[in-house]
Design a protein around this ligand. Structure first.
Ligand SMILES: [Zn+2]
Ligand SMILES: [Zn+2]
Length: 256
């Protein structure tokens, strides 16, 4: 069984001219041959390019790292698609929404109706650190990330593949522990190649490369470099420790 990762959006902090903010699609088939799809983050602008790769109304789960808009703003857009789009009358099952407790409130924040939590579209499953959840062929394990708001990293496994999605995090023991069990890492380098790195927010390229090297993980996809930053110097910094690292690019598909 292959876990396939599609980069939908990889720009950090805001959508950029060539990419939506954080959004990734992972897919894997179950034993009966049915393909299951999870969306990791629904950052600003993501619902546009996501439609190139799947029908957002029919995904099997949405997994949100945290409540910053570059990771969750388009929860509301998928809710609108479900309620008013072509599938509105089909009685589709609600989509499991994994994320920090209260992440569903962000839908009301963007819709302007504080009581709107997308309850017709999503079935909110608040995540706790150390918890493992199953959806189809996937198991999803959460670890608390180190970020100014409540945030999670996730280890997403299907078959023999185990993908660590860091979300936004400074380097920390809990995320390192997931990395040690991963076969591939989709890792943030939100501080890019800057050397002065305020603690508790993001990794820079040096830290991300070291994390993958310490974990012995060769498959490393570098993401969440700010939309206004040239990513190449950061990739060079990562590759000093993880020579096979590549940059996330919208539309790229990785078989993991
Ligand atoms: Zn972010
Ligand atoms: Zn953030």
């Amino acid at each position: 069984m292959t876990l396939e990762l599609t980069i939908v959006g990889c720009a950090g902090s805001t959508a950029g001219p060539d990419s939506a903010a954080s959004c990734y699609l992972v897919s894997a088939a179950d034993d009966a041959g049915r393909t299951w799809r999870l969306v990791l983050d629904l950052g600003s602008g993501a619902v546009g390019p996501l439609q190139r790769h799947c029908d957002p109304a029919r995904v099997d789960g949405v997994v949100i790292s945290h409540g910053h808009p570059d990771h969750c703003a388009d929860l509301g857009a998928v809710d609108v698609l479900r309620r008013y789009g072509p599938a509105r009358d089909e009685g589709l099952p609600r989509i499991p929404l994994l994320g920090p407790a209260g992440i569903d409130r962000r839908i009301g924040d963007v819709s302007g109706n504080p009581s709107d939590r997308g309850a017709e579209t999503y079935d909110h499953w608040p995540v706790t650190a150390g918890e493992t959840v199953s959806i189809g062929p996937f198991t999803i394990e959460a670890a608390r990330a180190l970020h100014p708001v409540r945030a999670f990293a996730y280890l997403i496994a299907a078959g023999d593949s185990r993908l660590l999605f860091t979300g936004d995090t400074d380097r920390c023991d809990a995320v390192d522990a997931l990395a040690s069990r991963a076969t591939a890492i989709l890792g943030e380098a939100g501080w890019a190649h800057r050397e002065v790195n305020p603690p508790g927010v993001h990794m820079n390229g040096d830290q991300l490369g070291r994390m993958a090297a310490d974990a012995g993980v060769e498959r490393l996809i570098v993401t969440h470099i700010a939309s206004w930053v040239d990513p190449e110097p950061t990739l060079a910094q990562v590759r000093a420790h993880a020579p096979q690292a590549v940059l996330a690019r919208p539309g790229d598909v990785h078989a993991l």
